[in-house]
Write a protein that binds this ligand. Structure first.
Ligand code: SF4
Ligand code: SF4
Length: 191
């Protein structure tokens, strides 16, 4: 069986054991409302409240899509991008309490090149050991994938997810997490 598509009972059991570790997230199962971005009404909350990490692939994508030098869209010190000792070492530049790429109308000025974290949001996938609930590498035996959604996002107002819809969403998020390009866009976000 695809380790990313276990039955709902097993996922729920693991989630109940680990939910306290993810206080800002809910588990996404079939039957939950799907996501429709409402940036105009939430005033692009996520682009204001969250600081966005980038890896090297993100920086290259943004540079290629925008034509901007990295120092134009990354947090810098003395004119050079700050690189933290993390897997995703860079941060999107911020200005006036929001991402510097956010436009006045609540749209993203560099939507095509936006980082993986922005493409994934408001979802994320947690890989856990199905027996212990401890974080696990996605390729380890017994690893299961939990599709989570961020509670602060007000966009979970769409039609309820079918089993196929939830599985497709999880597959897409896994693709994005592994660095692949997106095959879906949140249409409200582009307008
Ligand atoms: S992803 Fe959620 S928080 Fe961000 S702009 Fe869309 S609705 Fe608002
Ligand atoms: S890059 Fe775009 S989507 Fe991401 S935080 Fe900035 S404005 Fe928002």
């Amino acid at each position: 069986m695809d380790r990313g598509s276990q039955g709902g009972d097993a996922l729920l059991r693991v989630w109940r054991a680990v939910a306290a570790r993810y206080p800002s997230y809910d588990l996404v199962l079939p039957g939950e409302n799907s996501f429709i971005c409402c940036a105009a009404t939430c005033n692009a909350w996520c682009c204001r409240a969250l600081s966005v990490p980038l890896g090297d692939a993100d920086v290259q994508r943004m540079e290629g899509a925008s034509g901007l030098a990295p120092a134009r869209f990354l947090e810098c010190e003395d004119g050079e991008p700050i690189a933290l000792p993390l897997a995703d070492p860079y941060l999107l530049a911020r200005r006036d309490g929001a991402c510097a790429l956010l436009e006045a109308g609540g749209t993203c000025s560099q939507y095509a090149g936006r980082p993986a974290a922005c493409r994934l949001y408001p979802y994320q996938v947690a890989w856990l050991d199905g027996k212990t609930g401890n974080p696990s590498g996605r390729d380890r035996a017994g690893a299961i994938a939990l599709l989570l959604r961020h509670r602060e996002c007000p966009g979970f107002t769409g039609p309820r997810l079918s089993e196929e819809g939830q599985a497709g969403l999880l597959a897409e998020m896994l693709r994005l997490q592994s660095g692949a390009e997106s095959t879906r866009d949140w249409s409200e976000r582009e307008t």
